[in-house]
Design a protein around this ligand. Sequence first.
Ligand code: GLU
Length: 515
Amino acid sequence: MKKTRVRFAPSPTGPLHMGGVRTALYNYLYAKQNGGDFILRIEDTDSNRFVPGAEQYIIESLRWCGIIPDEGVDADGKVVEVPSEKHPHAPYRQSQRRGIYRKYAEQLVEAGYAYYAFDSAEELAAKRAEAEASGQTFIYNYESRTALRNSLTLSPEETARLIAETSDWTVRFKMPEDEVVEMDDMIRGHIEVNTRTLDDKVLWKRADELPTYHLANIVDDHLMEITEVIRGEEWLPSLPLHYLLYRAFGWERPRFAHLSLLLKPVGNGKLSKRDGDKLGFPVFPLQWTNAEGESSRGYREDGYFPEAFVNMLAMLGWNPGTEQEIFSLDELVQAFSMDKVQKAGAKFNPEKAKWFNKEYLRMKSDEELAGLFVPVLASHGISDDFGHLCKVVRLIKERATFVADFWDIAWYLFKAPEEYAEKDVNKFWKPENVEPAMKVADFILAYDGEWKREALEGKLEEFIRSNEWPMGKVMNCIRLALTGSGSGLGIADVVILIGKDEFKARIDRAAAVLG
Ligand code: GLU
């Protein structure tokens, strides 16, 4: 049996959309599950759409997700340019493979599957305008080609002359006039398309001596021994041409799987950056700044864990057939199967993305989270004992979705409040509450029992109850002194984490400021 070899073949035309990351992920899972190779190939033959930095962005995004290509990218994260044992098909950037493709285009012409077309850009533009004027669209196809300037209509001599003397001709595929192309897709099943509906696509351009996507894609998939092509559904319309190209070359075809789109959270249509901007979520794995200096947010910078992002993406369009939702990358490799990839588009739900992050945050150790919290604290000018940080994290992690939330939840464990919320002061800071609160504070300062939450909490409640003071109001008075507002963590927790001295200082200050 042939070794499974799949590829992710992005064009570096901008930041990788999360849908693209999902395509890469499904390729990776498929490869690993079958003990095969996952190859990265950069399809950069369209120089007009080339965006500097996009290639590096793609590689860095995959790395962040843990989707590491077996071939095409070296250990330093660079696209491999020179063949080696591990990367036998280098270069993996199509612009650097340009010398390869011409002979394949010519081979097709010789065999009668393609032809030379000499129509200039102006001539074609005129044709388009003419058709438009009569409410039609111009298509270069089996019908129109008979009245255009190409090697099918010109004499061999004229053709030879134009090839030699002009430099903006192309090679076009000669789409059969009336044939039903029968295709199979691993997700969509059997598909049939009549070639009448298809045009004569350009395969190779003399002007830049470069192939178009279609030719380069088929030639490279063949040369790189790709066994399955897993890609986005936007390429489904190209499938008949790709089938016909394989047939024309006499090459064995890979199998194809076209993944459906990621859809907007509300309404219909493809998930776009605009939806993200409007509803406040990223559509890119990493932050991206374009040439105009406009930034788009990224999952990484927004505080998502890569494992959570990957898990969430995997479930967008695939399900394991069980209730299980949390999967590590290794578990996904085991569980993934193409027949459970859904045909319909997958609606993206930003709340679910957060849910995944919260779940992953809860699963992390206190030590790891404390380590991640250190830079957040540093950004607020605070450094803290690591052991203490771990205790704080243990207490608050259930309430957080992102590490950055730790600060919002528990900043007052690191610095005293400077102000007291007026609303809460008016509500709680009344003589009938403050007086018992001060006695409770004295009780806490005198407490010499076990320095643990349950113990302290128990004693406190016992003390307040035995005096028949209103529990909630008295506690909120103390909380106001400790946190600056009537809400927050339990008093016993706060006291234990800030210590008696700091506790006393805060009580004294509140008493002095609030009276
Ligand atoms: N270069 C194409 C893209 O940008 C690849 C399509 C394919 O995988 O065949 O999506």
